[in-house]
Write a protein that binds this ligand. Structure first.
Ligand code: UD1
Ligand code: CA
Length: 453
């Protein structure tokens, strides 16, 4: 039986932010959410989160029946933090302690640690070239674990040790309770240090298992924005590498950002400087051009998104051709083989199969049937300053360039609107609507001449 305690009460002063540290985002998700997800991977019976600074915001951000938050009123140290949750743990369980600001810890490493936790506590260590700021793992002449010494309490000799405490500790709950009750705050920071339980266990004659992490990135914590950016780059690179190995043609793994859940079919290619946010699904053979931003969208097979397009909460069918410079706003729903060209904006609109708006148009609150053509410069006037109104275009409709469709208005199947029209009345099937001033040509007209001064 496993219970996980995640420490997340710290302020994160060095982030210089009003947002609690563990709620800063990594790959679009709060740091804490990454840790909770890793914990869930281990199938614990319960997850406890110790909250303090910004406790209401942090508690609100973690959800699930399996998660309980415990408030640590004052931040008196990691040992004190664990003591807030430990009484709620089943004494018969094994407790695993994680930090809310160490987001890349892998479930695999944690499983290794748990496998070596018997009736004595175990700790996850790492070997790093620059151990500054970490607690050091002190071993005896036989390489047996002795204690963890915090940097601020360490001697010159101890500071040279490159084996550090990652902060991750596992122990039987009842043993941890006893050990923790013996931890005092007589140290450089006047804090109750959680790792002191390991030294006490060893003094009692127990063998503390030290498991060494093989991945230097997974132990990294976030204390400032520089470290957050470093972790973001590491994670993005890993996500891109995974996509490449899964067969997605990513042009440059350093120039792709995924902030959410991406699902890709076969034969997908993604060019440089693409940002994918929220839930994005790309069907087979979808091509995403350079510099696109795509958020919460599903794109059908064989569709090409040309460079510099911006797509949000849209559904795009198969074989479409979008952009460059297209803007598909929320509620856009495109059938198959639709073409949306440069500087066309769509919002809350449906376009049927084969319909086109190839240049410079605004299509809002509109339904378009199949095989219709919307000319350059067409605007649906869906808003009168107070209310919004719909526009309906049937199948095979042709809207001449630079037309203004004043909603509510309907143009039935086969309706044809002459270029430059302002359409305020419905157009019946197959009718031609001309809504523009008649052209007059005046012969013998005299150009104005410059007046003599
Ligand atoms: C801690 C370890 C150190 C280890 C390092 C790894 C201790 C005393 N030291 O140091 O050995 O090398 O992590 O990153 O444990 N927290 C609370 N309540 C508190 C204090 C801390 O919830 O009263 C939380 C913080 O929000 C954070 C985590 O515990 O998520 C670690 O605290 P932090 O102050 O960052 O510990 P370090 O000094 O980094
Ligand atoms: Ca830390």
């Amino acid at each position: 039986m496993l219970e996980v305690i995640i420490l997340a009460a710290g302020k994160g002063t060095r982030m210089r932010s009003a947002i609690p540290k563990v709620l800063h985002k990594l790959a679009g998700k709060p740091l804490l959410e990454h840790v909770v997800a890793t914990a869930r991977n281990l199938s614990p019976t319960k997850i406890h989160v110790v909250v303090g600074h910004g406790s209401e915001q942090v508690s609100a951000a973690v959800s699930g029946d399996d998660v309980t938050c415990h408030k640590q009123q004052n931040q008196l140290g990691t040992g004190h933090a664990v003591a807030q949750a430990l009484p709620q743990c089943d004494p018969a369980s094994t407790v695993l302690i994680l930090f809310g600001d160490v987001p890349l810890m892998s479930a695999k490493t944690l499983r290794n640690l748990l496998a070596s936790t018997t009736d004595a506590p175990s700790v996850l260590a790492a070997h790093i070239p620059d151990p500054t700021g970490y607690g050091r793992v002190i071993r005896d002449a036989h390489q047996r674990f002795v204690e963890i010494v915090e940097e601020k309490d360490a001697s010159e000799e101890q500071r040279a040790v490159q084996e550090v405490n990652t902060g991750v500790i596992a122990a039987p709950a009842s043993l941890l309770t006893t050990l923790l009750s013996r931890v005092n705050n007589q140290n450089a920071q006047a804090e109750y240090y959680l790792p002191d339980v390991l030294g006490i266990a060893r003094e009692d004659g127990m063998t503390v298992n030290v498991v060494v992490s093989k991945d230097p990135a997974e132990i990294l914590g976030v204390n400032n924005r520089l470290q957050l950016e470093e972790l973001e780059r590491i994670l993005q690179q890993r996500l891109a590498e995974k996509l490449l190995l899964d067969g997605v043609a990513v042009s440059d793994r350093r120039r792709l950002d995924i902030r959410g859940e991406l699902t890709c079919g076969e034969g997908v290619s993604i060019d440089i400087n693409v940002l994918l946010e929220g839930d994005v699904t790309l069907g087979d053979n979808v091509t995403i051009g350079a510099n696109c931003v795509i958020r919460d969208a599903a794109i059908g097979a064989n569709t090409v998104i040309q460079p510099f397009s911006h797509i949000e909460r849209a559904v795009i069918g198969t074989d479409c051709f979008i952009g460059p410079y297209a803007r598909l706003r929320p509620g856009t729903d495109l059938g198959s083989a639709v073409r949306i060209g440069n500087f066309v904006e769509t919002k809350n609109s449906t376009l049927g199969a084969g319909s086109k708006a190839n240049h410079l148009a605004y299509i809002g609150d509109t339904t378009v049937g199949e095989g219709s053509n919307i000319g350059a410069g067409t605007i649906t006037c869906n808003y009168d300053g107070a209310n919004k109104f719909p526009t309906h275009l049937g199948d095979g409709v042709f809207i001449g360039s630079n037309s203004t469709l004043v909603a509510p208005v309907t143009i039935a199947d086969g309706g044809f609107v002459a270029a430059g029209s302002v359409i305020t009345k419905d157009v019946l099937a197959d009718d031609l609507a001309v809504g523009r001033a008649k052209q007059r040509n005046i012969s013998g007209w005299q150009k104005p001449t410059k007046e003599e001064q």
